[in-house]
Write a protein that binds this ligand. Sequence first.
Ligand SMILES: C[S@@+](CC[C@H](N)C(=O)[O-])C[C@H]1O[C@@H](n2cnc3c(N)ncnc32)[C@H](O)[C@@H]1O
Length: 372
Amino acid sequence: MANNNLTNAKNAKNDEFYTQYHDIEKEIGAYLEFNPNVFRGKTVLMPCDDPEWSNFTKFFAQNFERFGLKKLISTSYAPESKNYKSDYQPTLFESNDPQFDKDKTVKNGKIFTLTRDKLGDGRIDVNDLEWSYLDGDGDFNSKEIKKLRDESDIIITNPPFSLFRDFLAWIIGAGKQFVVIGNLNAITYKEVFPLIKNDKMWLGNGFHAGNAYFSTPFAKEYAEGVYNKETGLVKFRNCCWFTNLDHGRRHQPLPLMSMEDNLKFSKHKELKGKSSYSHYDNYDAIEVPFTDSIPSDYTGIMAVPISFLDKYCFEQFEILGVTQRNDDPYKTKQYSLADYSNANDLNARGVIIVNGEPKAMYARVLIKMKSL
Ligand SMILES: C[S@@+](CC[C@H](N)C(=O)[O-])C[C@H]1O[C@@H](n2cnc3c(N)ncnc32)[C@H](O)[C@@H]1O
């Protein structure tokens, strides 16, 4: 029981992050720039979003006409079902409504739909959202929300991070288009990496300068540097957008220097003045410690940081694998426990020999140049 409570507390902390309006605006702008009709005639579902606080719902409702949407559906999760136990109070908007129900407000999720100019003021916007209680608690995995998913064309949200794997499977299984926020480290998951490798999913346009800001009831628990007292927001460097909607940035090739020029002129001390790039001991691959140091003229396998995916251009590179997984075919060597007490760790990672000793490296994406 104590353990359950701990897990719930941890999950609650992972799940309650509210996305900023301008981050959504910037990201969605990139898809519209690539294809101005990307949302035209579409039904968009936001399955973790109460318009009272979800900027996703507000942003899409305010732009309903400009985007040419057919229908916007936004559902919220019942307060009683959340891992995060708050001192929940219904809003005046809800409690003043004739359909208000004091039991349902805590036990049931809600559904908000936008299809028409309900108020008759000549425009469709957030004030035209119509709502009712769901039969269930709004769990995205429930039959009720699955039905909404099946009638939608595009799923857009920041889902609960503790359920990211399930959430992505829920979308992919239904073959839907999507734009969702997640943690960059998720790319090493066995359910996620094949989607990236096979170009079924890619990183979105991205947060400004790679900084994702969220509001969260747990903001003050974060250290200085993550929590900003002035804004009340937390900042994360490892959050990204995952999508299968096309955008322009992913078709822009990275400008690169040759291997010789990198070794002579690189701005990174790890490379400048060295005679060569390090070679892996258990992969036939060179170590490229920074994305901007990928040599333009190397034809073999290169192991690059996973943040490379933010700059990945499908036309320029081929993705082969990721070192954190045991099942990739590019591994050339296994370490035995008889020789190395940390053999299990070494076998699960890319390894470089440093001062005669094997050193396990961070997760790396294995890539090859396409155009050569
Ligand atoms: C990361 S927050 C993001 C909220 C909103 N999409 C945004 O970006 O501001 C995820 C929300 O999903 C809710 N949630 C947790 N589990 C859920 C589930 N199984 N089904 C639907 N929503 C869930 C959480 O309580 C939380 O409010």
